[in-house]
Design a protein. Structure first.
Length: 367
């Protein structure tokens, strides 16, 4: 594809989503492109029913939705239907890209990115993908062989992609979070614990932390607990804390996660790539409980990477108990030196400039 004409604004298409782990890095990167190029024209493409359908319009970007679904683990008629949808979405993507004529297309992962990135490659457009996890999924492994750039978040994933086109950039973190982290307040007197699951909450973490609270009542007055429960678990969790007569700050969802990280000493959460990028950008110690049903168990691989670096403690869900979780919390509460070491090692892993580095690198490729 020819270089961008000088008489029009930069045009980009972001493809992918489905979950926050794929969507929010794309939003963070789109925000960065807009920061460095105010006239940039951005279009998002995703799948019907994905999180992008609700989130992207809030940012004011155009959104096109295709009827596409994953093929992995499907057989017979289900697999044939998924393949037919992928083929139709690829044709629709070609038509869309011919109309928009973007200077570049960036896939953020998930099956919904495949038709768009593949169509862009067929049309000779510049392409890139974001790989958020230590263990890439099948979609990105396939697309990685086609695209001009692969931006990875973990060194462990480099072996899955062509060496000359792969860049260890880190996972883009939204600017509203980075801005809050750059304006850190002093620590509160109480030891602050931030608890959350994925973008939709996590029943197992909610239950385990409620059980753990029973073993922490003697120090509870010295703790500040901020618990993001997710919508489905909110009423149950709040009622349980009331029965236990334990004071917490409970929320269905926290929009201002930058502020939540800013006041936290310790995070208890899943091991999704976006959460880990935010935690390490904040330089926070964490207790990670990987979601065991993630594709190829990639969250365990993510968590193991941070644990190996000394930034986190990993507890696998199959062995998770309230007693075990409380024991780890108590140990870190009582060990200021361990907390200091984990903060330093978490901070060393953080890449708060990931969005800026990717935007600058991809801009050099297409302009």
């Amino acid at each position: 594809m020819s270089k961008k004409p000088s008489n029009r604004n930069l045009r980009l298409v972001f493809a992918g989503g489905g979950t926050g782990g794929h969507l929010f890095p794309a939003i963070a990167l789109a925000e960065e492109f807009r920061r460095i190029n105010h006239g940039v024209e951005i279009t998002f493409v995703g799948s019907r029913g994905g999180l992008e359908e609700k989130i992207v319009p809030k940012y004011g970007w155009p959104l096109t939705l295709f009827d596409v679904e994953g093929i992995k683990r499907k057989k017979g008629l289900s697999a044939a239907r998924a393949l037919a949808k992928a083929a139709r979405s690829t044709v629709e993507s070609i038509m869309l890209l011919r109309r928009i004529r973007p200077d570049g297309v960036i896939g953020s992962g998930s099956y919904s990115s495949a038709p768009v990135v593949a169509a862009a490659k067929l049309l000779g457009m510049k392409t890139a993908i974001l790989e958020q996890n230590a263990l890439p999924g099948l979609t990105n492994r396939a697309l990685g062989k086609l695209v001009d750039r692969v931006y990875i978040s973990f060194e462990e994933s480099r072996r899955f992609f062509p060496g000359g086109r792969t860049i260890l950039s880190g996972n883009p973190v939204r600017r509203d979070i980075i801005t809050k982290l750059e304006d850190r307040r002093g620590r509160a007197e109480r030891f602050s614990i931030l608890v959350f699951g994925g973008s939709q909450g996590a029943t197992a973490i909610n239950a385990a932390f409620l059980d753990a609270a029973e073993f922490l009542t003697d120090i509870w007055s010295n703790l500040k607990v901020v618990h993001r429960t997710g919508q489905e678990g909110f009423d149950t969790v709040v009622a349980a804390y009331k029965r236990k007569n334990l004071k917490v700050e409970a929320y269905e969802f926290i929009e201002a996660m930058g502020e939540a990280y800013n006041s936290a000493d310790l995070v208890v959460c899943r091991a999704g790539a976006t959460s880990l990028a935010e935690i390490t950008a904040a330089g926070l110690p964490s207790i990670l409980i990987p979601y065991p049903f993630a594709s190829d168990d990639h969250q365990t691989v993510n968590a193991r990477s941070l644990e190996k670096a000394g930034a986190s403690v990993m507890i696998k869900q199959e062995g998770l108990t309230g007693s075990l979780l409380a024991g780890e919390i108590r140990r870190l509460y009582n060990d200021a030196q361990a907390m200091k070491s984990m903060r330093e090692r978490s901070k060393a892993l953080g890449r708060p400039r990931a969005a800026q580095e990717i935007a600058e690198n991809f801009s050099r490729l297409i302009i």
